[in-house]
Write a protein that binds this ligand. Structure first.
Ligand SMILES: Cc1cc2ncn([C@H]3O[C@H](COP(=O)(O)O)[C@@H](O)[C@H]3O)c2cc1C
Ligand SMILES: O=C(O)c1cccnc1
Length: 371
């Protein structure tokens, strides 16, 4: 499945891109006046192989959730149970991602790829968690968050001690991501947004970014949920030691994900590959998403053509990863939450970029004089 997905990922369609550039020159605005939106709409035309490309509606957020053995090293101030508790919160509609998804009209799919705590133990039980007989929400219902249980194992192993995952476990998570992309696109989604939940997951994200870009652990590592100075220094040391121990080979993305990644990182890489194979844009959130995007690009360099960088996370590793991918983020608001929140805030910008090609009059049709 991974091989056929990678084989289906093609370079951008130059003819459609040229048509979008030419159309931009005829629309009733000074050439270039929409700045980054013009480049974005040209890229999306190249991805779709059509000018104009389809409007990115409806939008679907996929939040992949997993836990991390490296949590035992004290790299996050939060208890591991918060991962499962936040899933309850997502399903009850109470998290920041839900507020932003309602605003954007996007559906929310939560995928348990490896949460350690039993989900039914959460304080906010949800019908789909506790009652298997409850009717399943429609795949793209923007009003009802949906849970998919596809757990590979109850959290990764501690990457400070051993490989976080076996290659087979990493592959299973990647394939889950591909499957979710296919399911959402089959249900009608025309853009996918990445989301993540996993206490401790900024540590594997930093290790992935260092492994794929070659930067030092210090430049790839951030404060995550907000660790103090001693904990930050310790976290950098954990990332540095993991890279030295595993010596991950950046040309072997599955090996890198297995050694120092997480189940949600692997699944996000799969989601990105699945979207790229279906020529559907994928709007990236923060540092976890862009670390997974590096893995996706290592599997299939042309997958970058499907990626849109939603925002610049405050995590320093996110900027390192975006530079490596050659992507400019659309919004830069100092966010460092994850869940898909930054991607959702950028969604109207993406829609606007495409809507221009659908709806704006040309100088000719509107009878507006050219310079
Ligand atoms: C209440 C709460 C809600 C969150 N939503 C996303 N994250 C974010 O913070 C975590 C990563 O940071 P670290 O590596 O420092 O643990 C992930 O779960 C991420 O999605 C949250 C974290 C918390 C505590
Ligand atoms: O960039 C992110 O998505 C992020 C940053 C800090 C903590 N969790 C997520």
């Amino acid at each position: 499945m991974l091989e056929t997905t990678i084989a289906a990922i093609r370079p951008a369609d130059e003819t459609a891109m040229a048509a979008a550039r030419e159309l931009h020159g005829r629309l009733t605005k000074p050439a270039g006046s929409l700045g980054a939106l013009e480049d974005l709409s040209v890229r999306l035309a190249g991805l779709a192989g059509a000018c104009p490309p389809p409007l990115p509606e409806p939008a679907a957020v996929a939040i992949f959730a997993g836990d991390h053995g490296v949590h035992a090293q004290g790299v996050s101030p939060w208890p591991q149970e918060v991962t499962a508790q936040m899933i309850g919160n997502f399903l009850a509609g109470g998290a920041v991602v839900n507020a932003f998804a309602r605003q954007a009209g996007a559906s929310v799919t939560v995928v348990d790829v490896g949460v350690a705590t039993p989900l039914s133990a959460g304080p906010v039980p949800h019908p789909t968690v506790l009652d298997a007989a409850a009717p399943a929400p429609a795949v793209l219902d923007p009003a009802v968050p949906r849970l998919v249980v596809a757990s590979v194992r109850r959290g990764t192993r501690d990457l400070a001690v051993t490989a976080a995952l076996t290659r087979d476990e990493a592959l299973a998570a990647v394939q889950t991501g591909i499957r979710i992309a296919d399911e959402l696109i089959d249900a009608g989604a025309r853009i996918l947004l990445t989301g993540d939940m996993g206490i401790g997951n900024t540590t594997p994200a930093a290790a992935l970014i260092a492994a794929f870009t070659g930067v030092d652990a210090l430049d790839a590592t951030g404060r995550g949920t907000g660790v103090d100075d001693p904990t930050y220094a310790h976290k950098v040391g954990v990332v540095r030691a993991a890279l030295a121990r595993h010596a991950p080979d950046p040309t072997d993305p599955l090996g890198v994900l297995a050694a120092v990644g997480g189940l949600e990182h692997a699944a996000l890489a799969g989601l990105i590959l699945g979207a790229a194979a279906r020529r559907t844009p994928v709007l990236l959130d923060g540092v976890i998403a862009v670390s997974a995007a590096l893995a996706a690009a290592a599997f299939a360099p042309d997958a970058v053509g499907a990626m849109v960088a939603g925002h610049r996370s405050a995590e320093p590793g996110a900027t390192v990863a975006l530079r490596h991918l050659g992507l400019e983020p659309l919004v830069d608001l100092g966010l460092r939450l994850g869940e898909g929140t930054g991607a959702l805030l950028a969604l109207p910008v993406v829609t606007g970029a495409v809507r221009v090609l659908h709806e704006v009059a040309t100088f000719d049709s509107a009878g507006v004089a050219e310079k």
